[in-house]
Design a protein around this ligand. Structure first.
Ligand SMILES: NC(=O)c1ccc[n+]([C@@H]2O[C@H](COP(=O)([O-])OP(=O)(O)OC[C@H]3O[C@@H](n4cnc5c(N)ncnc54)[C@H](O)[C@@H]3O)[C@@H](O)[C@H]2O)c1
Length: 293
């Protein structure tokens, strides 16, 4: 029987984790938002509060619903507090060893029938699931950024994911008023398999001097009708996450066409990770974003 999900734990309160907690709480689930860093929990909750206030001012969410949703979100800095969750969604940094360590800890406290999911952008669900005590109840639930606004969720079954888990995940995503696309478990799934090589190519275009940051983004917005330029999008995703996804594609598919651009590596090494650190291909510290090259 598919498990009925009532309480959802989210591990990682960064830009994706707080968005996932936001939509789960608005959909009526009890939520525990957790992070190893108490500051990230606090700022995650503040972001949810602010984003819900925007939804109220736009008229897409009522004030009562906002109040109700905020009351349903508890916060935590230790996995013990996720013990009674029916579903835990890991949304921590895109590094396999970080995720595996989190799963080792959380599996010790979860009920045996509880479901475990990863919001990974690229890492093998089969491999992550195999590192847990419940590969049959492990699944990829890949949200898009920003979570409250983006309709799509990719559902990714590992080789061992059972039918009940898959059905529970479908029902869960539907209750969030989102639409799912099923992706097979290959590096970066569907959206990022297509999107990230395009972003990486935009960075090569900058690296080789074909165009400036401004020219590349303007060209793709006005010439290809993209809602935001690829470098702006890279900053929005986070350059560390972009690099991690390219590395998974490069290693997983063993094809040189996925080689991460050295300029992307350099930005990450500088700690210029995009919007989340105030600097990436643009500098966000002033009134409006200024290209950094
Ligand atoms: N950024 C995007 O556009 C996007 C889109 C879809 C999926 N994702 C995926 O979502 C996940 C999170 O990405 P993000 O953009 O929110 O990153 P982020 O850097 O904003 O947040 C990551 C959070 O994980 C926390 N964390 C790290 N190690 C932890 C641990 N051991 N225990 C608990 N918390 C820990 C960090 O403190 C941080 O708050 C990644 O797997 C990423 O690939 C990102």
């Amino acid at each position: 029987m598919p498990l009925e999900i009532k309480k959802v734990g989210v591990i990682g309160a960064g830009q994706m984790g707080n968005g996932i907690a936001h939509v789960c709480a608005l959909a009526g689930f009890d939520v525990v938002l957790s992070d190893q860093d108490p500051d990230r929990v606090r700022s995650g909750l503040a972001t949810i509060n602010g984003n819900m206030a925007k939804q109220v001012s736009k008229g897409t969410v009522s004030e009562d619903d906002r109040q109700g949703a905020l009351k349903r979100i508890a916060t935590a800095t230790a996995v013990d507090e996720l013990a009674d969750c029916d579903l835990v969604i890991e949304s921590a940094t895109e590094r396999e060893e970080v995720k595996k360590k989190i799963f080792a800890g959380v599996c010790q406290v979860l009920r045996p029938d509880a479901l475990l999911a990863s919001n990974t952008s690229s890492i093998s669900i089969t491999r992550l699931g195999a590192s847990t005590d419940r590969p049959e109840r492990f699944i990829g639930i890949h949200f898009m950024n920003p979570v409250p606004l983006m309709e799509l969720v990719e559902l990714v079954r590992g080789i061992a994911t059972d039918d009940d888990t898959f059905e529970s995940a479908k029902v869960f995503v539907t209750k969030l008023h989102k639409t799912y696309a099923v992706a097979e478990d290959f590096p970066a799934f569907i959206v990022n398999r297509i999107l990230l090589p395009m972003i990486n190519e935009a960075i090569y275009t900058l690296y080789e001097g074909v165009g400036s940051v401004d020219a590349i983004d303007r060209a793709m917005k006005l010439g290809a009708n993209h809602p935001m330029g690829p470098l702006q999008l890279a900053d929005f995703i986070g350059l560390d996450t972009c690099l991690a996804i390219m590395q998974v594609l490069h290693e997983g598919l063993a094809d040189s066409k996925y080689r991460p651009c050295p300029l992307l590596v350099k930005y990450v090494e500088a700690g210029w990770l995009g919007r989340k650190t105030q600097r990436g291909f643009y500098d966000y510290r002033g009134e409006k974003p200024v290209p950094t090259r």
